[in-house]
Design a protein around this ligand. Structure first.
Ligand SMILES: C[S@@+](CC[C@H](N)C(=O)[O-])C[C@H]1O[C@@H](n2cnc3c(N)ncnc32)[C@H](O)[C@@H]1O
Length: 308
C-alpha cells in the first residue's frame, strides 16, 4: 500500500468508529443489547462495498443529485460513506442512467442503505449463529456482510433482482472472504431450495408481504421488512411466522426504502388490509399486522383517544 492508501485506510477506521459512536446514542434498537452487531459494524469496512461513483441522496438546489467520485475526492467520499443517516445511491432508473451521465433526478433503484437503518433492522432481526437466513435486496452486499458476521455465510442466502448488482456484491463479499449464496433473481419468490428459513429480511419495501416468504418460513421465524403504508412512507415490520404460511407482527418505526420491483405500482390501501383512520395515524407501536389464509390485515390495537 502507498502512504496515501495507508492514510485513507486509517481515516476510514476513524470514521467507522465515529459512526458507531453516533449510533451508540440511540436508546432503542440499533446496538442496544446486541454487542455482536457493534463488533460486526466495526469489523466490516463499509467503503469496500461502495462503488467509486455514487449519487448523493440529498438533491442540490436545482433538484439534481450530484455524483461524488472517490478517485477525485477520496476524503469527501469516505465522509459520505460513514454518515450514519445517509444512504448512498448506487443505481438510478434500473441502471439506464450511469454515474458518468452526471447529476440526475432519475428514480433511485439501488443504494447502500443508511448505516443506522441497516443496524436497526439487524437489531430487530436478532439473528443467531444457528439460523438459516434469507435476505431480499442484496444491493451492494454490505448488509449481507454484517449478517454473515453473525450467521455462518453458508447459512445465508441473499437475493438481488439486478444481475449486475448481484455479481458485484458476490465479488465484494468474496473479497472479504465471505461466500454466502448470492442469487440473481426475484426475491418476492424467496429462495425455496434452502427453506425453511428462521430469519427473513428484506432491504426493499413491500406493499404486501409476499406469500412465498411466509411459506418458506419455519415456525417462529422472524421476518423484518419495510412495509409501505398510508403514512406516505414505509414502516419497519417485525413479524413472527407461524410456519403455516401466516404470521403476526408489529410496526417498529418509520423508514424509507425503494420498493421491490414487482410492487412499484400503487394499490388501494383498503385492499392491502389497512384500516381507515379518521385523523392522524396512531404511532407505529399501535398496530398489529397479521397474515392469515393469504390475506394481510393491519389493525390499530390501542383505542384512539382524541381530545375534544
Ligand atoms: C436499498 S437497496 C439494498 C441495500 C443493501 N441492503 C445494501 O446494504 O447495499 C434495495 C435493493 O433491492 C433490490 N430489489 C428490488 N426488487 C427486488 C426483488 N424483487 N428481488 C430482489 N431484489 C430486489 C434492488 O435492486 C436494490 O438493489
Amino acid at each position: 500500500m502507498t502512504k496515501a492508501e495507508i492514510d485513507l485506510s486509517a481515516f476510514a477506521a476513524e470514521l467507522r468508529a465515529q459512526c458507531a459512536a453516533e449510533i451508540d446514542a440511540r436508546t432503542e434498537g440499533h446496538f442496544n443489547g446486541r454487542p455482536w452487531l457493534r463488533e460486526a459494524f466495526l469489523t466490516v469496512p463499509r467503503e469496500h462495498f461502495v462503488p467509486d461513483q455514487i449519487w448523493w441522496p440529498t438533491p442540490r438546489d436545482d433538484g439534481l443529485h450530484h455524483v461524488i467520485d472517490r478517485r477525485e475526492r477520496p476524503r469527501a467520499w469516505l465522509k459520505g460513506v460513514y454518515r450514519p443517516r445517509a444512504s448512498l445511491i448506487t443505481q438510478v432508473a434500473d441502471g439506464a442512467v450511469r454515474p458518468e451521465d452526471g447529476p440526475t433526478d432519475a428514480p433511485f433503484t439501488s443504494a447502500v442503505s443508511c448505516s443506522a437503518v441497516v443496524v436497526d433492522m439487524l437489531h430487530y432481526l436478532d439473528p443467531a449463529p444457528a439460523d438459516v437466513a434469507v435476505e431480499i435486496g442484496t444491493g451492494s452486499g454490505y448488509s449481507t456482510a454484517l449478517l454473515a458476521q453473525r450467521v455462518p455465510p453458508e447459512n445465508v442466502v441473499t437475493v438481488e433482482i439486478d444481475t449486475e448488482l448481484a455479481a458485484r456484491a458476490r465479488e465484494s463479499l468474496a473479497g472479504l472472504g465471505l461466500r454466502p449464496t448470492v442469487i440473481a433473481g426475484d426475491g418476492e419468490l424467496g429462495y425455496p431450495s434452502r427453506a425453511p428459513y428462521t430469519r427473513i429480511i428484506s432491504t426493499a419495501a413491500v406493499r404486501e408481504i409476499p406469500q412465498a416468504w411466509l411459506d418458506q418460513a419455519a415456525p417462529g421465524a422472524v421476518v423484518v421488512t419495510p412495509l409501505f403504508g398510508p403514512f406516505g412512507h414505509d414502516a419497519l415490520l417485525r413479524l413472527i411466522a407461524d410456519g403455516q404460511g401466516g404470521g403476526e407482527g408489529r410496526l417498529v418505526n418509520g423508514v424509507a426504502f425503494m420498493k421491490v420491483r414487482g410492487q412499484r405500482a400503487e394499490r388501494s390501501f383498503e385492499k392491502l388490509g389497512w384500516p381507515t383512520v379518521n385523523g392522524p395515524w396512531p404511532p407505529y407501536g399501535d398496530y398489529r399486522v397479521t397474515v392469515r389464509d393469504g390475506r394481510q390485515k393491519i389493525q390499530v390495537i390501542k383505542p384512539i383517544v382524541r381530545r375534544p
